[in-house]
Ligand binder design. Structure first.
Ligand code: GLU
Length: 477
């Protein structure tokens, strides 16, 4: 078999949709698993949709996710340029082939005529598509008019028969030709449309497998007809299942974050997002959920990609991220955590204290975006009590504990951890309260919560004055 060559062919729009990340990832996994090549091609021929910085942003998102390309704008390669906007000459040459062979024709219809045509079709409940008005202009006349009349170039789609797509995921899908539009291949501005540039480039770049989202399936028969018109062998197609919201509607911006950048800024780790996205439409056939990129490469096959839409479950992503936060080595965790603390302007006064805070909350956070909430107890001036903690601090017995602590605490200039345990022994002896009743009361008074970070860590960060202040406050409840 000839070499596997796949491509990720985004039209940069300024942000990277998680669906795009999945397409890129599956192409990457397929290529690496098959020991083939993955190409990055920038589909930027829609001048009206140009967004400043969009390509840089895209490249950055790919880097962040750890996806590398064998050919593309950054790495170069033998099949460039990899920006479609730099390939206009190539499209020009190819469109003349189709004009010569009669598979394409110029269309001079004005926007007004087309609008009117569409309105009439809509009123008559007919499919909205080009009515073939310019199809039969004699070739010579057409060529002459092309010289000075604005025009587009359309594909002459056969009006009968069917076009079959044998999709590696969806199986055999057939489309009736009479429902396929005489699609525009070259626009009035001389730029190619997506369909035309995409097919020409996939052929010239020797793409063996086109792996892309299901929303492109309806376009595929048009592509197949173009391959036929050129006399080329089409690549194999694999259309990936749609991504859905929890209510099974198509994943949309309206229902939550859809951009890779959104997850980045929520403090999701790239390993977690990649792992999560890999499972949106694929599984290994067992119940393993955690995969490194290497393991994914090893296990990935198109045979195990589902047809059914995949629900994007944000809670699962956060849960997975929590797993990654707890499984990276401590030094990496602390380094990342300190960066995030700085971003949120959370500073307990020394790197050591900040690290202690990070260690203390590690069992409890799922994303770094939760840092402000999860570290609040270390930074507040007045404690906020959770309901259960309030119950504990208002017990008569607890008040006795706090009073004794306050009477003792100034014996210890620093209140080190050793001091603290010595002090608590005294408190236990003089009040006769011990075990849960003692510790829940103290924990509630110092943290406002009955569960949470280890007390010694909290104490070491808060320091003696804060502890005194919180005990006072607890007494006043
Ligand atoms: N440029 C298209 C996109 O933005 C590519 C679709 C395809 O892979 O053919 O998704």
């Amino acid at each position: 078999m000839s070499e596997v060559r796949v491509r990720f062919a985004p039209s940069p729009t300024g942000f990277v949709h998680v669906g795009s990340l999945r397409t890129a990832l599956y192409n990457y996994l397929f290529a690496r698993h098959q020991k083939g090549k993955i190409i990055l091609r920038i589909e930027d021929t829609d001048q009206t949709r140009y967004v400043e910085g969009a390509v840089a942003n895209l490249l950055q998102a790919m880097d962040w996710a750890g996806l590398t390309f064998d050919e593309g704008p950054k790495s170069g390669g033998n099949f460039g340029p990899y920006y479609q906007s730099e390939r206009l000459e190539i499209y020009k040459q190819h469109i003349s082939q189709l004009l010569d062979s009669g598979h394409a024709y110029p269309c001079f219809c004005s926007e007004e005529r087309l609008t009117k045509m569409r309105e009439e079709q809509a009123a008559n409940n007919q499919p909205i598509m080009y009515d073939g008005h310019c199809r039969h202009i004699p070739k010579e006349e057409a060529l002459k008019r092309m010289e000075n009349e604005p025009h587009v170039i359309r594909m002459r789609v056969p009006s009968e028969g069917e076009t079959v797509v044998n999709d590696l995921i969806r199986g055999r899908v057939s489309f009736q030709s009479n429902l396929l539009d005489d699609q525009v291949l070259i626009k009035t501005d001389g730029f190619p449309t997506y369909h035309f540039a995409n097919v020409v480039d996939d052929h010239l770049m020797q793409i063996s497998h086109v792996i892309r989202g299901e929303e492109w399936l309806p376009s595929t028969p048009k592509h197949v007809l173009l391959y036929q018109a050129f006399g080329w062998d089409p690549p194999q197609f694999a259309h990936l299942p749609l991504l859905l919201n929890a209510d099974r509607s198509k994943l949309s911006k309206r229902q939550g974050d859809v951009a890779v950048e959104d997850y980045q800024s929520k403090g999701i780790l790239p390993e977690a997002l990649v792992n999560f996205v890999a499972l949106l439409g694929w599984n290994r056939g067992d119940d393993q959920e955690f995969f490194s990129l290497e393991e994914l490469v090893e296990s990935f096959t198109l045979e195990r990609v589902n047809k059914a839409g995949a629900v994007f479950d944000l809670q699962k992503l956060e849960w997975m991220n929590g797993h990654y936060i707890r499984s990276i080595d401590e030094a990496t965790y602390l380094k990342l955590g300190l960066n995030w603390m700085a971003k949120f302007q959370l500073d307990a006064g020394s790197p050591e204290k900040n690290e202690n805070i990070l260690k203390a909350i590690r069992p409890a956070i799922n994303t770094f975006g939760e840092l402000p909430a999860k570290t609040a107890l270390f930074f507040q001036d007045e404690l906020q009590f959770e309901a259960e903690a309030r119950e504990w601090v208002t017990k008569e017995e607890s008040k006795q504990i706090f009073t004794t602590m306050l009477a003792e605490i100034d014996q210890y200039p620093q209140l080190t951890l050793d001091d603290f345990s010595a002090m608590m022994k005294i408190v236990q002896k003089s009040t006769g309260i011990k075990g849960k009743n003692l510790w829940m009361a103290v924990r509630s008074a110092i943290t406002g919560m009955t569960h949470g970070p280890e007390l010694p860590i909290v104490l070491s960060v808060l320091g003696k004055d804060k502890v005194k202040q919180f005990l006072q406050q607890a007494l006043e409840q």
